[in-house]
Design a protein around this ligand. Structure first.
Ligand SMILES: [Mg+2]
Length: 391
């Protein structure tokens, strides 16, 4: 089998990232979305989504590269290759783009391509991707509703109540106004805890930008970060997420050592080498590789091994289309311990429309079933994609 095309598909929508004041749903990035399609001469195709700055990513994948290795575009490196040789091709993409890539947009594009290749490999073998990754240990996992902080305690209570009514056993609130006003932060978390009751998990993602990204201020100091963890413990928060500058591994380790609340992070980390350092330096209780950013499944399955060695949990970060949910579920199926799948309840019309129908629904016990069809068991909506295509 040979790769015939690596196609970047740029979609344009008309909704912007937005948090809300009341109980109504927030919106993820609904302005641009990049998809990647890898095609083969035997008719098998892989599809994946990428969280990146989409317009320049198109050029990195399909634009003209330069003559010398290290400056190639990603499709130049892959067309004509055997898609089943996934790990060799990961190295080829990394080295072929090394002068301009290694992290950031190039690594996010490599992640999507790598996921496509894993999907093709599983389809070619006629098995669910989880079988190739080591085998299914479960057929379902608890889903957490993943959304943004609302602006008011009343909005938080209404939103939390809404997720309880839908059947969620866990909810994560992130970003939005959090960090602008410490007194209000506490009221927002208290309102969510009250509405969720004592038995459902409440996860908090304070964000790591200079405090209150809509109202710039200084980054949190170490003392402030620890104080934040301490008061979050009063509300039985299940984890505090990604609230320190992602390059400050030392700071993560220091705050985690002092925090009464488990620390979750890693959505900004990419490559096995960086995850190895991040985990070995004791930065987290829960490692969160994002399969659309970390280098793809080739990297994430190594992260799972590192997490197991270190005795920490792995919950993939996954706040994009249900293609990413689908890839994340296939990895989750194989983990020795699986606490949650992140379920993006804030999908814009653009992120929601990419997949056919409602590929995942919540079961009565608050879980989502893990597909056991060949590949990832999620179908793209070609008509929707054609209608929103901008390149
Ligand atoms: Mg996060």
């Amino acid at each position: 089998m040979r790769i015939t095309a690596v196609e970047p598909i740029l979609l344009k929508g008309d909704q912007a990232y937005r948090s809300t004041a009341g109980g109504e749903e927030a919106t993820d990035n609904g302005d641009w979305q990049l998809l990647v399609r890898v095609a083969t001469d035997e008719g098998l195709e892989g599809w994946a989504d990428v969280e990146t700055l989409a317009p320049p990513a198109v050029a990195i994948i399909a634009g003209p590269g330069m003559a010398v290795m290290g400056f190639k575009s990603l499709s130049e490196l892959l067309v004509g290759e055997n898609p089943l040789e996934v790990e060799r091709l990961w190295d080829r993409l990394y080295v072929g783009s090394a002068y301009y890539g290694r992290r950031g947009i190039a690594m996010q594009c490599i992640s999507a391509i790598d996921n496509c290749l894993w999907s093709i490999r599983a389809q070619a073998a006629g098995v669910p991707l989880s079988t190739l990754l080591g085998g299914r240990r479960r057929d379902r996992v608890t889903a957490y509703a993943s959304t943004l902080f609302r602006d008011t305690p009343e909005g938080m209570a209404a939103a939390a109540k809404g997720y309880v009514d839908l059947g969620f056993r866990a909810v994560k609130f992130g970003w939005g106004v959090f960090g602008e006003d410490p007194g209000r932060d506490r009221e927002l978390v208290a309102a969510a805890r009250e509405a969720l009751g004592p038995d459902r998990a409440l996860l908090v993602d304070p964000g790591w930008y200079p405090v209150g990204w809509s109202k710039p201020g200084p980054m949190r100091s170490r003392r402030e970060a620890i104080a934040l963890c301490e008061w979050l413990a009063d509300y039985g928060v299940g984890w505090v997420e990604d609230f320190i500058h992602p390059e400050r591994f030392d700071e993560y380790a220091a705050v985690r050592a002092a925090s009464p609340v488990p620390v979750a992070a890693g959505e900004q980390v990419a490559t096995v080498w960086d995850f190895e350092r991040f985990i070995q330096q004791g930065c987290v209780d829960v490692i969160q590789p994002d399969l659309s950013r970390c280098g793809g499944l080739t990297v994430a399955r190594e992260v799972a091994r590192l997490a197991e060695e270190a005795g920490i949990d792995l919950v993939p970060h996954s706040w994009l289309t249900h293609l990413l949910t689908g890839y994340s579920l296939q990895l989750i199926a194989t983990l020795p311990r699986a606490r949650f799948v992140e379920f993006n309840v804030s999908q814009s019309a653009l992120t929601r429309g990419v997949t056919v129908g409602r590929p995942f629904r919540l079961e009565d016990d608050g879980t989502v079933l893990i597909p056991d069809l060949p590949g990832i068991g999620v179908e793209v909506d070609r008509d929707f994609i054609q209608a929103h295509r901008a390149n």
